[in-house]
Ligand binder design. Structure first.
Ligand code: OSB
Ligand code: MG
Length: 387
């Protein structure tokens, strides 16, 4: 995407604490209030771009966490922008090249960059991302602790029109009492589960529990094993003959990882039973996400866009990315109620007919409510670029 040089005037980092309307439980814990980061880039000619760094207060999903991300932003990523002139995407990306990992804060800066490019060139992000569809399928990721909580949220979602639900699972859960019961209550619903790395591929009880999931006609089983494993996932599927596709979330950090995974699954002759969950923060940005999408599309492999409990902005960007032709499965874009008591972005996505969301064509994807931002801000840092 060609654009005039972007001349940054300042970059601001906000440590924010948005409060979830409903607590979110996964195999690694429960979150009520998020402890996360917003980045704002401002240009000399008055454009603003925003970026969510969707880390949490503790490194429980993967290695990244909020204080670490803030340190990396202030000490390494923003200083790597030098005098704040960005001529091309490649230039931005190269300035981060030597800084290993820390994909969440890199993604936040890239998010802000693309919004500035969109406004400067008058191009919708949908066009920039190479997306084609006008609407995307949305599902709801249920993070409830108890079976009653899961049934209650499932009922609310089905009533609201959701056609796809994702349920968090872990080894101590009575799977038949929860997943089996949901399947019996809703025979036609698209159902999938997410274990967030809570099973052990060498534990025979765990193996039997996972194999038993084949009985419930699930769309996929997300990340049963270690957050940094690819191979053991594939080998388990091959050895047990598990029919339900395995979806990798935590362990995919790049297009290279997606290629490695598909190569391993194909090596076992089970390529059609691999699914890739793409999350821009985890892979270090939107350009890398599109690269994965292009790869999956070329290889005829399955993918979808996951979520990290984003605020309005991150959800709009995920929805826009999800309209890429590679992403044929529903994404974690919405809940039956708003995610947050107070969001800092407007408008927020909403569910339309058939469990879909229209993909925005606007050049400015959403507005930032500075009043709300102030209220949620714990601490703020600002860097001025001097030329
Ligand atoms: O594993 O997909 C996950 C939220 C936080 C961390 C990890 C995950 C999730 C979700 C929520 O499942 C998806 C959403 O944003 O609705
Ligand atoms: Mg997941």
């Amino acid at each position: 995407m060609k654009h005039d040089p972007i001349r940054l005037q300042s970059a601001a980092v906000y440590h924010i604490r948005p409060v979830l309307t409903v607590p979110f439980t996964t195999s690694f814990g429960t979150e009520r209030e998020r402890d996360t980061v917003l980045v704002i880039l401002r240009t000399a000619d008055g454009l603003e771009g925003y970026g969510e760094c969707t880390t949490s207060d503790a490194p429980l999903y993967n290695e990244e966490f909020t204080e670490g991300a803030i340190a990396v932003l202030n000490r390494f990523l923003l200083p790597a922008l030098g005098h704040g002139v960005i001529n091309t995407f490649d230039e931005l990306s190269q300035s981060f090249n030597t800084i290993k990992g820390h994909h969440f804060p890199k993604c936040a800066i890239e998010s802000a960059y693309w919004q500035i490019v969109a406004q400067q060139t008058g191009t919708p992000l949908k066009t920039i991302f190479g997306s084609t569809r006008d609407e995307v399928m949305a599902g709801f990721s249920i993070g409830a602790k108890t079976p009653e909580g899961i049934f209650e949220r499932a009922q609310a979602a089905v009533t609201r029109g959701f056609k796809r639900l994702k349920i968090k699972i872990w080894p101590e859960m009575d799977i038949d009492a929860v997943i089996g019961e949901l399947r019996r209550q809703y025979p036609d619903l698209i159902l999938q589960v997410d274990a967030n790395a809570s099973y052990d591929p060498f534990n025979s009880t765990h193996r039997d529990q996972l194999k038993a999931l084949d009985a419930y006609n699930l769309l996929l089983i997300e990340q049963p094993f270690a957050y940094n494993d690819i191979y053991d996932h594939a080998r388990f599927q091959h050895e047990t003959g598990l029919k339900t596709p395995i979806c990798l979330d935590e362990s995919i950090h790049s297009a290279e990882d997606a290629r490695r995974a598909l190569t391993i699954w194909r090596g076992f002759g089970i390529g059609e039973r691999l699914v890739i969950n793409v999350k821009p923060p985890r892979v270090g940005g939107y350009r890398e996400s599109v690269k994965i999408a292009d790869y999956l599309h070329n290889e005829n492999a399955l993918g979808w866009v996951g979520g990290m409990l984003e605020l309005g902005l991150g959800k709009w960007l995920n929805i826009t990315l999800a309209s890429h032709p590679a992403f044929t499965l529903p994404g974690d874009h919405l809940q039956p109620q708003p995610y947050y008591l107070r969001d800092i972005f407007t408008p927020l996505p909403e569910l339309s007919e058939n469990s879909t969301i229209p993909v925005p064509e606007r050049v400015k994807i959403c507005e930032l409510d500075y009043g709300a931002l102030d209220e949620l801000t714990a601490q703020k840092w600002e860097k001025k670029f001097n030329r």
